[in-house]
Design a protein around this ligand. Structure first.
Ligand SMILES: CC(C)(COP(=O)(O)OP(=O)(O)OC[C@H]1O[C@@H](n2cnc3c(N)ncnc32)[C@H](O)[C@@H]1OP(=O)(O)O)[C@@H](O)C(=O)NCCC(=O)NCCSC(=O)CCCCCCCCCCCCCCC(=O)O
Ligand SMILES: Cc1cc2nc3c(=O)[nH]c(=O)nc-3n(C[C@H](O)[C@H](O)[C@H](O)COP(=O)(O)OP(=O)(O)OC[C@H]3O[C@@H](n4cnc5c(N)ncnc54)[C@H](O)[C@@H]3O)c2cc1C
Length: 609
């Protein structure tokens, strides 16, 4: 399809989804899944995932009563317009202004520079009638920083942009992927006025007289929508990784290459240790991210309930965990989808394998909702603060509780003596805790050598990111172990999940061996025992690998992959797909007579001469 056709088809699907949601007796979760599945990625996603939550989180009761009924009935369609051409990561650097005019009791929205143009918001370019706009609030000449405003963008009768608004789509994005069904847009204001009551005033407000009343709660609650989406992105990473691994595992069981004895059947590529070494850690990651996503959803729900009671104690932890796990899981999943493409050899590069499309749609997850490095730096800041408080009498809690055992973890030596010890949850956990703590303390010690902490932080950014990643990987490993300690139904399921848990943990030790050795968390001999155990675990997972991906229960339609078909009937279906290509509509291609024939004939003429 052309971009316009793709876009219009997404509108059709989204409206169809909305019709079904209103007609079918669906639970909230079912309607959420239907919205995402039918619309992925499209304007519905951002309306429900960001526009509505922003109003719920930052609007007053009156504002919620006014706007949510319209949004819930989709009588207005909204987007989340924060990022600008010149600023995305640095929210406090946004340039759009909202200047209060006491004469008219209005805010004047303006885009003072080209870099202040809103740029990227999904659904902004062509669909949304409204937006939550983030702009610098100015009253009486004083800049109070970035705040949220609900703004009507288009005429509700003919959908034309309102006077003072220039709006459009930012153009084609990466690959031929479905993300081009999304109208990520640009928006400029030219002294565009909105009523004062359209500033989202649950956190801070402006009185009729133009007096700014700052928030009496942490200003970062304004970022709450981003935190909630980061939490969902972790679960979605598990879904995307599972889709890719399902395709690659099923195909690896179908594909045979080399290894035939005396003209016998060739070897399934899934039996090659290199294939297992690349594939099974990704299979383990799909399960690991699902379990940590379940825990993160609990953490987010818990912090949301606490915030309702003005309890901000766990807000820093929630921010650090959502930021760090969103960063770590999306980076791993993007790399994992590409690895799954390579695991499928040449056929993985075909569009009908489903992997190029999955990759094209998935990879922006490393950037949207926060660049992955910027988010890990937020985790690093949280860790440095925690380390600085060790010994203050304030015991670290939650995911940093292990730091409370710093004295032991800084000097302990791993007691791994044989390969089987690497199946001991306490030993594995302590290895990851020691590595994470020692990396964090090393950063803190190096930071302390700088007189200027900010300068030190800037100098040590790369080390800080690695310490943050080590902390996040510890969280994932620990939540997998906790999951195994709980009730798991199904004969033999627990054993298989145990294998996957230790494949996940031990492959990380292998991948980040430098960290573990340089922090003396393990010795090279213990590392060798870990590799030995890893190979043994691959052998144990191999007979169940296809069952473990079948367990994701994805339909062939959802997978969209000839290689990942449940029936394994790959080769005939590859031909079937190939023959559908428009190039095969004729045996002699368009262009032969204009270009190929003259070339060949010229060659023949010169050959005769
Ligand atoms: C956090 C920032 C980087 C910096 O912010 P500040 O400059 O304001 O803060 P400081 O760094 O100075 O820190 C001060 C202080 O505040 C704390 N802090 C910071 N942020 C938070 C927070 N969010 N919560 C709580 N506390 C916070 C910080 O720790 C400091 O504390 P201390 O002083 O104690 O140290 C900020 O600038 C920032 O967040 N930048 C990133 C910007 C960003 O994320 N933009 C996103 C824009 S919206 C977007 O991108 C939308 C994309 C959506 C795309 C679609 C989504 C799809 C979802 C998944 C797909 C599902 C598909 C389903 C289908 C299926 O299921 O199959
Ligand atoms: C598909 C897609 C959909 C999007 N949808 C929306 C939406 O609906 N609404 C919305 O508001 N926005 C949206 N965005 C914008 C997105 O949120 C931003 O692009 C994202 O936050 C990254 O910000 P940036 O583009 O400014 O990156 P930058 O910060 O410019 O990143 C560029 C490089 O600089 C590095 N960097 C930046 N700051 C630092 C630092 N302090 N220290 C070290 N390195 C640093 C980064 O790591 C990165 O390598 C979307 C983006 C995409 C790709």
């Amino acid at each position: 399809m052309t971009r316009k056709e793709l876009f219009k088809n997404t509108l059709r699907k989204s409206v169809h989804a909305w019709k079904l949601i209103n007609e079918l007796p669906l639970s909230d979760d079912e309607s959420l899944m239907l919205r995402h599945f039918m619309d992925q990625p499209g304007f519905l996603d951002l309306h429900w995932r960001m526009f509505v939550p922003a109003i719920k989180g930052q609007g007053t009761e009156e504002q919620k009563q006014k706007w949510l009924p319209l949004a819930n009935k989709m009588q207005i369609i909204g987007c989340y317009a924060q990022t600008e051409l010149g600023h995305g990561s640095n929210v406090q650097g946004l340039e759009t202004t909202a200047t209060f005019d006491p004469q008219t009791d209005q805010f004047i929205l303006h885009s003072p520079t080209q870099t202040s143009s809103k740029w990227w918001p999904g659904g902004l370019g062509k669909v949304s009638t409204h937006a939550v706009i983030y702009a610098r609030l100015i009253t009486d000449g004083k800049d109070h920083g970035v705040h949220g405003f609900i703004v009507q963008l288009r005429n509700m009768d003919d959908h034309s942009p309102l006077p003072g608004i220039t709006i459009g789509d930012i153009g084609v994005k990466f690959g031929n992927g479905a993300y081009n069904s999304m109208d990520n847009g640009f928006l400029m204001f030219d002294k565009f006025c909105i009523p004062r009551d359209q500033m989202l005033m649950r956190l801070s407000k402006v009185t009729r007289e133009g007096k700014y009343v700052p928030s009496d709660v942490p200003r970062q609650l304004m970022y709450g929508t981003m935190v909630s989406v980061r939490q969902t992105i972790v679960s979605n990473a598990s879904i995307a990784m599972a889709r890719a691994v399902c395709i690659a595992t099923r195909y690896s069981a179908v594909r045979r290459q080399f290894g035939s004895q005396n003209g016998g059947i060739e070897t399934q590529v899934i039996d090659y240790k290199t294939q297992q070494n690349r594939l099974f850690p990704l299979l383990a990651s799909a399960y690991a991210f699902r379990f940590v996503g379940e825990w993160l959803k609990w953490l987010y729900t818990d912090v949301t309930q606490r915030l309702e009671a003005s309890d901000f104690a766990t807000l820093p932890e929630a921010h650090a965990c959502t930021a760090g796990l969103k960063s770590m899981t999306t980076s791993a999943t993007s790399d994992g989808i590409e690895e799954c493409r390579k695991l499928c050899g040449g056929h993985g590069y075909l569009w009908c394998s489903g992997l190029p499309e999955l990759f094209a749609v998935y990879v922006p997850a490393c950037t949207y909702e926060g660049d992955n490095v910027v988010l890990q730096l937020q985790v690093a800041r949280f860790l440095m603060k925690t380390v600085s408080q060790l010994g203050s009498g304030k015991a670290p809690a939650g995911t940093t509780a292990y730091m409370g055992r710093a004295k032991h973890l800084l000097q302990c030596r791993s007691s791994i003596r044989k390969a089987e010890d690497w199946l001991n949850p306490a030993m594995v956990l302590e290895t990851f805790e020691a590595r994470a703590l020692r990396m964090a303390v090393s950063c803190a010690n190096n930071l302390s050598k700088f007189e200027n902490q900010e300068q030190g932080f800037s100098e040590l950014l790369a080390d800080l990111v690695e310490a943050a990643i080590a902390h996040c990987q510890l969280i994932v490993v620990s939540k997998f172990i906790v999951k195994l300690e709980g009730e798991i139904k199904g004969k033999g399921v627990k054993n298989q999940l145990k294998n996957l848990c230790y494949i996940y943990a031990l492959h990380l030790i292998h991948k980040h061996l430098g960290d573990f050795l340089s922090t003396n968390s393990i010795t090279s001999e213990q590392a060798s025992l870990a590799n030995h155990q890893l190979r043994s675990l691959y052998t144990q997972v191999r007979p169940n690998a296809v069952a473990l991906v079948d367990a994701f229960d994805y339909t062939d339609h959802y997978l969209g992959s000839v290689l990942g078909r449940y029936d394994g009937n790959v080769y005939p279906k590859l031909f079937e797909e190939a023959l559908k290509d428009p190039l095969n509509d004729t045996v002699v291609p368009d262009g032969y007579h204009e270009y190929i024939r003259p070339l060949i004939k010229q060659h023949l003429r010169s050959a005769r001469l």
